[in-house]
Design a protein around this ligand. Structure first.
Ligand code: FES
Length: 112
């Protein structure tokens, strides 16, 4: 699975959601509700291969109704990365996906 515009490639396990795969592989994925299908912050846009994910379940379908009538999304396929389980390789668009930077080691001030 490729995520643009950053060009991140993710090896998603069978039955795993796209967001879960990203987090397992050390990427930060935009979220507010942490996978509860409430915030829609995790949404991705597909421009092709619309069959590359399992069909949306009831919770995802309910959340996706929030995109209806928003002109930016007219003609685009939107899925929630916290719910959508890929069944084939494709490319999605999601801004804000990036590798989690390791925290710098904390050092104690030198003894004086
Ligand atoms: S993480 Fe909130 S809807 Fe997906």
């Amino acid at each position: 699975m490729r995520v643009e515009p950053t060009g991140v490639s993710l090896a998603v396990r069978r039955g795993e959601t796209l967001m879960a795969a990203a987090e397992r592989l050390g990427y930060r994925w935009p979220t507010i509700c942490h996978g509860q299908a409430v915030c829609t912050a995790c949404h991705v846009v597909l421009t092709r291969d619309t069959e590359a994910f399992e069909p949306a379940g009831p919770r995802e379908q309910a959340a996706l109704r929030l995109f209806e009538g928003r002109s930016y999304f007219d003609g685009k396929i939107v899925r929630l990365a916290c719910q959508a389980r890929p069944v084939a390789d494709t490319t999605v668009t999601k801004r804000g996906v990036r590798a989690i930077e390791p925290r710098p080691e904390r050092r104690s001030p030198p003894d004086r």
